[in-house]
Design a binder for this molecule. Structure first.
Ligand code: GLC
Length: 623
């Protein structure tokens, strides 16, 4: 199977990208477009004209939409609302651990205090607190040596194409066979991209978005089977000498070379989410509205909104189609994909407004969002009362009135869960499908659910409670477990197919991944508990650099550098940088958080199952 090759010579996206580049408010030469309100507070100097005749092919009505979007952006990103909500929840949570919280405030150079003060005093944070204008960690504050070191390592991982940065390699570990770690992975680039956005160097992100969308447009095949048009690559590589005899070429992998041959369902969603972060942080709406990007969004949506045999609004997936890219029993409806799907739909809908057939698509998205949020919030949610409900489930219920809709057997409840479930707290379980609930904790899915507001605010708080209550299990000595608990013995044999890389408490199977630090930090800020992230970052700081930025750690508490972990793993480095920057300036987290989502529909009327017994000790219906 031939990988898709994007040669340097004839790519018209280069023309597109160079045009767009000249319109970007904060591009390399420091040019600032005066059209977007976000730019008015930008620290960049110089200016360009607000409209250009050589603008990228944006639909005719786009410019008015750009203005509207820019206004929306200002309202959502920089508004008092976002920050005041954050501050409000920070106040609410203070009763939990007041002292630690105050410690955190002091440590973060009083940024937090300044923001809270301005909010409380009713200052317009939109004027003074914009992402672009807020002092960043690189400006005027005591430089953190570890952060400087991390930036040095991150810049080594940058990959150029035609002398312009287009991404970062997964790892720079010369001691190990590189396999595909010398490639730019879409999912791995997210924290690196965010780091550059926060540093106000958005060019690499823009180039990455344009290159990957260009790769998407080619035909992709595994043996003789053609993949959907919207599939985004798992990774790509810039080759300097290749068969085509061109100087440079980009070779993409859509899963046809990947171990297990699985297409990365998460790539397209991450791509949309990064596009949104780029737009939010730069105010440059031209990129999101240009034809290639619009087309890319539509192709991704076409893949996941098409009708089929589905009875659930969740996306049906193969095992290993996401961060956990090996057989780990995450087939079906994994929470990671569902949360990313939800977030990507919400982001995409912002850029489809007023476009050709955009309204139909938006309606489709809205319907899906409603059904998806209902399904996940109701059926994936587990806390102590719900665990007790499942424990007492009746089975073999037929008809619409069934309480145990998916016919889950109470005997399938694993032993560890009864101990693990705290009195206070809850989480979205890993998977829900017919007669199957995967009760494992998956960090990424739960945290993206918080960022995207797929989790209600009550659920978000409960997830954070769980992290605090089960700190030893989920964080231990190195943040954070991608999945908890590990599978062992027979279960490991059956579920992983005896995978020696995924033995108990290693790699995906209960290993600890420093990259997850950035997500932890963003959700801590969103839920008003930055002190939790501070604690985790301090733990990581004790070892990350000394251990040479490993990909993952092993052991129940994450005490050992992972058995086969790469060193100088880029997303471990970038994850730390983003966490650190956000802790220093919590308002930065808003580039990756979405406002509350309301289902907008009343909950369905609860009806009693026919097989529900009429005892005095009545179980609470699940649905
Ligand atoms: C591993 C991870 C995957 C990551 C890749 C490159 O395969 O499981 O999520 O994208 O390494 O770092």
């Amino acid at each position: 199977m031939a990988n898709l090759v994007l040669s340097t010579m004839s790519s018209d996206d280069n023309a597109i990208s160079s045009k767009i580049q000249s319109d970007t408010p904060s591009d390399d030469n420091g040019a600032t477009s005066s059209e977007t309100p976000l730019d008015t507070t930008s620290a960049n100097t110089g200016s360009t004209s607000s409209k250009r005749s050589d603008a990228p092919s944006v639909d005719d009505n786009a410019s008015s939409f750009q203005k509207q979007l820019a206004i929306d952006l200002v309202q959502t990103v920089l508004s008092k609302g976002d920050l005041s909500k954050w501050a409000e929840s920070a106040h609410i949570e203070r009763h939990r651990s007041l002292d630690v919280y105050h410690d955190f405030q002091l440590k973060s150079h009083n940024n937090l205090n300044i923001q809270e003060k301005s909010i409380c005093e009713g200052e317009n944070s939109g004027e003074s607190g914009s992402i672009a204008a807020t002092p960043g960690p690189m400006s005027g504050l005591e430089p953190c040596p570890l952060l400087i070191e991390a930036w040095k390592e991150l810049s080594k991982a940058v990959v150029n194409f035609e002398n312009e940065p287009v991404g970062t390699v997964a790892a720079l570990d010369t001691a190990k066979d590189s396999l595909n770690y010398d490639q730019v992975f879409v999912r791995d680039f997210i924290p690196a991209g965010l780091a550059y956005l926060l540093k106000r160097e958005p060019q690499i992100v823009k180039k990455f978005l344009l290159k990957t969308v260009r790769l998407q447009s080619a035909e992709k095949k595994i043996d003789q089977f053609k993949l959907g048009d919207g599939v985004m690559p798992a990774s790509f590589k810039v080759c300097h000498q290749n068969d085509l005899n061109t100087k440079e070429a980009i070779v993409a992998d859509f899963g046809e070379s990947a171990i297990g041959r699985v297409a990365p369902v998460d790539s397209g969603f991450w791509w949309i989410i990064l596009l949104h972060a780029y737009t939010k942080s730069t105010g440059d709406t031209t990129l999101a509205l240009c034809s290639p990007i619009q087309n890319g969004i539509r192709l991704i949506l076409a893949l996941c909104l098409s009708e089929g045999f589905d009875t659930f609004p969740t996306l049906l997936c193969a095992d290993g189609c996401c961060m956990i890219d090996r057989r780990m029993g995450v087939y079906g409806y994994p929470i990671e994909i569902q949360a990313l799907f939800f977030m990507a739909l919400r982001c995409a809908s912002k850029y489809l407004q007023h476009q050709k057939d955009g309204e139909d698509l938006i309606e489709l998205i809205n319907k899906r969002l409603q059904a998806l949020s209902y399904h996940i919030r109701e059926y994936f949610w587990l806390d102590l009362p719900q665990l007790n409900n499942i424990y007492r489930y009746k089975t073999e219920e037929y008809s619409h009135t069934a309480v145990n809709k998916f016919n889950v057997m109470p005997d399938s409840l694993p032993e560890w869960l009864f101990e693990f479930m705290p009195r206070k707290g809850g989480y979205f379980i890993g998977n829900v499908s017919p007669s199957r609930m995967d009760f494992r904790w998956f960090c990424l899915g739960n945290f993206v659910a918080i960022l995207s507001s797929l989790a209600t605010s009550e659920q978000s708080k409960a997830i954070m409670d769980l992290v605090e209550e089960r700190w030893q299990e989920l964080v231990g000595e190195m943040p954070l477990k991608a999945c908890y608990p590990a599978m062992e013995n027979h279960e490991w044999q059956i579920v992983t197919g005896c995978d020696p890389k995924n033995t108990r408490w290693s790699y995906h199977n209960g290993g600890s991944w420093p990259v997850l630090l950035w997500l932890l930090t963003a959700v801590c800020i969103k839920t008003g508990r930055p002190h939790i992230a501070q604690k985790a970052v301090e733990l990581a700081e004790r070892r990350l650099m000394k251990d040479k930025w490993p990909e993952y750690y092993d052991g129940k508490r994450g005490r050992y550098v992972g058995k086969q972990a790469r060193k100088f793993q880029t997303w471990s480095i970038a994850g730390y940088i983003v966490a650190k920057m956000m802790l220093e300036n919590p308002s930065l987290a808003s580039i990756i958080t979405l406002e509350d989502y309301c289902q907008g529909r009343a909950r369905p009327v609860l009806r009693r199952s026919r097989s529900w017994s009429c005892s005095t000790d009545k179980p609470k219906p699940m649905y």
